[in-house]
Design a protein around this ligand. Structure first.
Ligand code: NAD
Length: 299
């Protein structure tokens, strides 16, 4: 079997169209959804991520504010910036780019963001709501994975889903979403991690495998049940034949021979994560302004 490709670029383009429509509806009510990104320091990868986020916002009519703080500044300066953005009624979403310099406590900053403006969905209040089954924001990558499964017509109800990776930004929130009692949940979820024994046996029993590990090509075709759906969250830069390239946590070539459907890297989950930040920002504008926002992804 050669797996069908789940095209993240195409679904992300659909999501952006939905966001554009929602932005227009908000504009008609006098609301311009606004995201403030905060970058402390000059980490080149973070600078790239922030500028992509700014461009993505502008492409759909979301106003993007680019707040920069010196990497040597005291932690208080970042806290004060976050407080000002929390208090600014024209800002709907606040995102502090991680990783942060050593003098700043990452967890403290996540807690300092107003949970209603926490478009990353990492604030403990938002993670708690997600776990209770009435999420305010779902973190962008899990939200993107879930939408890809819906678009690929993958039935999650009653399905055995194995999520490899237990991070707070991907594995754990995704497991909670897939457990939720709704049409895009109701799965039986197993979460595997670095201490899991016999990963292969767990994966071979899965109808859906989601790899979010950060180990290049850890999951290969021999670990995939015939016809299973494979979602590869991993983004790993490796050197091959003297060239630098991106690979996922799944060995694409062997996995596609066993799987029924598979996401590529790049062009799978990555573009969905970017698109879902826009969804969460429009949702934040709706919440903060008390306006109704209709987005298919939120139903
Ligand atoms: P993380 O480092 O926070 O967590 C990795 C998890 O993998 C841990 O829970 C660990 O227990 C588990 N793990 C490590 N080695 C393992 C092994 N041998 N067997 C089983 N489990 C193992 O990572 P993260 O932030 O969740 O990111 C995971 C990957 O996803 C990375 O490649 C990252 O770059 C990528 N990522 C991609 C997107 C996207 O938009 N596509 C978004 C976030 C993260």
């Amino acid at each position: 079997m050669t797996a069908a490709l789940i095209d993240g670029d195409a679904v992300a383009a659909e999501v952006r169209d939905e966001v554009r429509t929602a932005v227009e509806k908000l504009a008609a009510k006098g609301v311009t959804p606004t995201l403030a990104t905060v970058l402390m320091g000059t980490d080149p990868a973070s600078e790239t991520y922030v500028s992509l986020k700014q461009d993505d916002c502008e492409a759909v009519g979301i106003e993007a504010r680019d707040v920069r703080i010196d990497g040597d500044a005291p932690a208080d300066e970042l806290y004060e910036t976050v407080t000002d953005l929390n208090d600014d009624p024209s800002v709907h979403g606040v995102l502090v780019q991680q990783p942060l310099p050593d003098q700043v406590n990452d967890d403290g900053i996540v807690r300092a963001i107003d949970p209603r403006k926490d478009v990353d969905g990492f604030h403990p209040e938002n993670l708690g709501l997600l776990m209770r089954g009435n999420a305010r924001y779902v973190p962008c990558t899990p939200l993107g994975v879930q939408r890809l499964l819906v678009e690929a017509d993958v039935e999650t109800e009653g399905a055995d889903v194995v999520v490899v990776g237990r991070s707070t930004i991907v594995g754990k929130p995704l497991a909670n979403r897939l457990l939720a009692r709704d049409d895009s949940g109701n799965a039986t979820v197993t979460v595997c991690h670095s201490r899991t024994e016999d990963l292969t046996a767990k994966l071979r029993a899965a109808d859906v495998v989601v790899a979010a590990v950060g180990v290049p090509e850890l999951v290969d075709g021999s670990m995939i049940r015939e016809g299973a759906t494979v979602v590869d969250v991993g983004i790993n830069r490796v050197e091959r034949d003297g060239e630098s390239m991106l690979v996922g946590d799944v060995d694409f070539e062997s996995a596609r021979e066993a799987a029924g459907a598979i996401t590529p890297v790049p062009g799978g989950v990555g573009p969905m994560t970017r698109a879902m930040l826009l969804v969460n920002t429009v949702r934040a504008a709706g919440l903060v302004e008390g306006a109704d926002v209709e987005l298919a992804t939120l139903d």
